[in-house]
Design a protein around this ligand. Structure first.
Ligand SMILES: [Fe+2]
Length: 475
């Protein structure tokens, strides 16, 4: 194949793998706990072929990396999601669909792109109802065998889901329900959305259609014990812009943030739209409510990276989101979204103890950067080299920074079913810049500043991924 083109998202810590590997027993440095048993799946873009047109990081073919932990040993396996699009490009022997604007697809493939149900399956992954689902946000979920990583195609929850599914479903630890949202559900750049509930057995038991205040990229949402919260922020979508060759998705800071709040047992008729300052959040750490007041911890950008202004010029340089607490008093006559910053360091890819999802909680972990490693894209990219533990109740943080490592979104695993909140392990996949290899690192979740207790060493690179999930052994 041809060399990768000159694009920062195809170089260094992003450079795609060109192979699928199975490594049954990784070399361990230090100690991998014997009570850490299960599989950590990671998903991210890894184009199979060199893009021939404009390439955007969000459009690369999905690749799953599965790290299985078994009694102190760790294996690694990576496989592409063999989507319809992957197969069409494989047959053609060249890249056809690399850009963000579907209208720039070669004309003979435009119908395929506009009717494709599988997309690139490259953003996130969830294990629920006995199925491993790769998630993007512009298409249906994509199912893979959780053990062999064999591709099984689009998954519609037994024919019930006909729209897209977002990459950030929320699982209620009390009843096992999975809730998720979808946006642009009736076509590209529309303001139509959906809210869905899947029971613990994987069957859809609730679905709602709603209208957003404006067409926007809605990457994540929030669920608390009593509310479903749908924040709309102004990375807007526009078919008119797409048709005119302008950015189809662009930052419009003159529009406010509008947060939709719907009772968990309610319907879209009951949504209250509550205004806040323009900002962007890709990821929320958690949300909870008490006495009618909603609290949300959010990785809050004053303006988003990776998206242009409407006229195509770059957004103001601001690559670090900061942890903020949003509060909404639903008892107020005219509630507003109050936004208070909790830290002065960058915070992205947050995770919690999943047993405390939707509820008042104390512990979170996220990635951060001390900026000692130069990013490929000045003002548009950050090398996250730090893992942070944040005590939400006491607002204290502790950090471990890798001197030459790019960390992935962490994953928290409880030490056991009866462990206290936050007692367990934090896992992260670290790309080492000097060796071009990656380590799966395990921390004591309460002693992050001590550094990893153990590393399982992959003999090659695991490129930067987006999101992951944990499937406990025997689950
Ligand atoms: Fe995400």
């Amino acid at each position: 194949m041809k060399p990768w083109p000159d694009n920062p998202f195809l170089q260094g810590y992003y450079e795609p793998l060109t192979a699928e590997c199975t490594a049954p027993d990784l070399v361990i440095e230090g100690e991998i706990p014997q009570d850490l048993n299960g599989t950590f799946y990671r998903n991210g873009p890894n184009p199979q072929l060199p893009p021939e047109n404009e390439y955007h990081f969000f459009t690369g073919d999905g690749m799953i990396h599965a790290f299985n932990f078994d009694d102190g040993r760790v294996s690694h396996m990576n496989r592409w999601a063999r989507t319809a699009r992957f197969k069409v490009e494989q047959e053609a022997g060249r890249s056809l669909f690399s850009g963000m604007n579907p209208l720039e697809t070669p004309p003979e493939f435009l119908d395929f792109v506009l009717t494709d149900k599988e997309g690139v399956a490259n953003t996130s992954v969830v294990y629920h109802g006995g199925k491993l689902l790769l998630l993007e946000e512009g298409h249906l979920p994509f199912r893979m065998d959780a053990d062999s990583l064999e591709s099984h195609g689009a998954w519609s929850f037994y024919g019930k889901l006909s729209t897209t599914m977002s990459a950030h479903p929320k699982i209620d630890p009390v009843n096992g329900d999975m809730l998720f949202h979808a946006y642009m559900t009736t076509g590209p750049f529309t303001d139509d959305m959906g809210i869905y509930r899947i029971n613990r057995d994987g069957h859809m038991v609730e679905s709602h259609a709603l209208k957003a205040p404006y067409s926007a990229m809605v990457h994540d949402f929030v669920v608390t014990e009593n509310y479903i919260i749908i924040p709309i922020m102004p990375i807007t979508g526009s078919m008119d812009r797409a048709m005119a060759g302008q950015p189809p998705m662009a930052w419009e800071p003159d529009l406010p943030t509008m947060v939709g709040v719907m009772p968990r047992e309610g319907t879209p008729d009951e949504i209250k739209w509550i205004e806040g300052d323009a900002c962007y959040v890709f990821h929320y750490m958690n949300g909870w409510d008490r006495d009618g007041v909603i609290n949300i911890e959010a990785c809050h950008f004053k303006s988003p990276p990776l998206f242009p202004m409407v006229d195509g010029t770059p957004t103001p340089p601001n690559i670090d989101p900061v942890l903020a607490r949003w509060t909404i008093d639903m008892k107020a006559d005219n509630p507003r979204v109050n936004m208070d910053f909790l830290t002065d360091h960058g915070a992205e890819f947050p995770v919690i103890d999943p047993r405390y999802a939707m509820r008042e909680y104390q512990h979170g972990w996220y990635t951060s950067t001390d900026k000692r490693i130069k990013a490929h894209i000045p003002d548009g990219d950050a090398v996250y080299n730090s893992i942070v533990h944040f005590d939400v109740k006491n607002q204290r943080s502790s950090t471990y920074a890798f001197p030459e490592g790019h960390v992935s979104e962490p994953m928290f695993v409880p030490r056991g079913p009866d462990a206290a909140e936050g007692e367990g392990y934090v896992l992260t996949c670290v790309y080492n810049l000097s060796t071009n290899t990656s380590d799966m690192c395990v921390f004591d979740a309460q002693s992050i500043a001590d550094g990893p207790m153990g590393r399982a060493k992959v003999s090659h690179r695991v490129p930067v991924c987006f999101h992951g999930t944990w499937r406990p052994a025997g689950y």
